[in-house]
Design a binder for this molecule. Structure first.
Ligand code: PLP
Length: 448
């Protein structure tokens, strides 16, 4: 551990390592591994203290949509700052939260017409789980209280969200704090056997869910899924058919469907909501990450009329009992409104079709590389896996590749042996090419 005697003389990185406890990090690894100090951002680029530029190819943990220091979002936040920075949302309301809720409801064609707010993604998941649980109590079915989640799924790291998350290292450390859940097979298309399609894998996986529902539906409140891409789960992608099948099963067995679109929502999948690819709506839909354009912590859970009505009555105890201090923060809502405005005026989803083709071209080299398998893409997410037998030290691969990419001026963060990019929606064709080439040369260095 570093002890710093003269704080003001020390580099920012050393001061950070002394005083800041970084998230999901073994701090000791930073003794040999660079921490990067960022002092400025513009567009798709981050800049360190010395002015070195880094292409933010993962949108700062999948949050940024329209670039850093975007003039329109900056302007929306400063304009709101002149009016009201924050007011509690219990007993009070304000223009940005009303407008944002109306716009989101309209984006779902009013299938999900009621918006409950929080600040981080995990809290939005907690809200969906609690609402579902409470709903069944209000419907005199208190035994319906278990949750079903997918193998390899990720829904956040607070205790409720972690219970429906399937990440081994978290389970080992915190498993005894977590409620019991049913974890079922993932429809991950990489599981397809010779001659099988992604739809076949989806059908097998849905059959397993049906078996579970047939036996246990009396005890099950909700099934939670990340539509189309299990992002933290190595960008495992699956067929939209799976969503149609599970929507149908949830209807038949009276189980809520929770679509966690915290990572895949806000246009990331190619449509505004990933569920739109399947033509279905869930009972609950969570958003966070991109919703404020990567500016301010904001998350939300959309719910149907049917859910909303269950909580509507004379008793306080029948209401949904949940709140956060910063629920519906006006500045964050103003940032989100600016993003929705950009989607509408700049035809973002249409232009992203071209952008994702640019990405595919820039990474075409990886398709034909014999050391690489499972090249895949969904909208503005592109991923592929480096074969295990090509790795000298599989445990060190992600970190070494990260460091080598930084040397090439690119920020990526491989997950295990999966390399992925998830850039902001402002990437130019030239930046795409630059990104593809930098990742290729970083990979050559890492595998050499
Ligand atoms: C990131 C993420 C979360 C958790 O969001 P936080 O803001 O990090 O709490 C939940 N679900 C999915 C699918 C995510 O990608």
């Amino acid at each position: 551990m570093k002890v710093i005697s003269d704080l003001n003389q020390a580099p920012l990185v050393d001061r950070s390592l002394a005083a800041v406890w970084h998230p999901c990090t073994q701090m000791k690894q930073h003794e040999s591994f660079p921490l990067v100090a960022i002092t400025k951002g513009k567009g798709a680029w981050l800049y360190d203290e010395k002015g070195n530029a880094l292409l933010d190819a993962i949108s700062s943990w999948w949050t940024n949509l329209f670039g850093h220091s975007n003039p329109r979002i900056n302007q929306a936040i400063t304009a709101q700052l002149e009016k009201i920075e924050h007011v509690m949302l219990a007993g009070f309301t304000h223009p940005p939260v009303v407008e944002l809720s109306e716009k989101l409801a309209a984006l779902t064609d009013h299938h999900l017409g009621h918006v409950f707010y929080a600040s981080d993604g995990a809290s939005a998941v907690e809200i969906a789980l609690k609402m579902s649980h409470h709903y069944w109590q209000l419907h005199d079915k208190p035994q319906k209280k278990k949750f079903v989640c997918l193998e390899n799924g990720y829904h956040g790291e607070t205790l409720g969200a972690l219970a429906v998350t399937d990440v081994a290292i978290f389970r080992e450390a915190y498993g005894s704090l977590l409620q019991d859940v049913f974890t079922i097979t993932s429809p991950d298309a990489r599981k397809a056997k010779l001659g099988e399609s992604a739809e076949d894998v989806a059908k097998h996986a849905a059959n397993q869910l049906e078996e579970l529902f047939a036996k246990e539906h009396h005890n099950i409140a909700a099934f939670i899924v990340e539509p189309l891409v299990q992002c933290a789960g190595q960008m495992a992608m699956f067929s939209a058919e799976y969503l149609r099948l599970v929507r149908n099963l949830c209807d038949r067995y009276e189980v809520h469907l929770i679509a966690d679109e915290i990572a895949v929502g806000c246009g990331r999948s190619g449509k505004f909501f990933a569920c739109e690819h399947a033509g279905i709506w869930p009972d609950f839909l969570t958003l966070s990450k991109g919703i404020s354009g990567g500016y301010l912590p904001l998350s939300l859970c959309l719910a149907t009329d049917n859910v909303y009505q269950a909580f509507y009555g004379d008793q306080t105890s029948q209401g949904f009992l949940h709140s956060h201090s910063y629920t519906g923060n006006p500045l964050a809502c103003a940032a989100a409104l600016a993003c929705l405005e950009i989607f509408a005026t700049d035809k973002v989803l249409e232009k992203n079709i071209e952008r994702s083709k640019d990405l595919a071209k820039a990474f075409a080299w990886a398709k034909s590389d014999s050391r690489i398998e499972y090249w895949r893409q969904q909208g503005m997410i592109l991923a592929f896996d480096v074969k295990n037998n090509s790795l000298k030290d599989p445990k060190a691969f992600a970190r070494t590749m990260f460091a080598n990419s930084l040397d090439k001026g690119v920020l990526i963060r491989p997950i295990g042996n999966t390399i992925y990019v998830m850039p902001p929606y402002i990437l130019t064709p030239e930046e795409s090419i630059q990104l593809g080439a930098a990742v290729q040369s970083a990979l050559e260095k890492t595998l050499a």
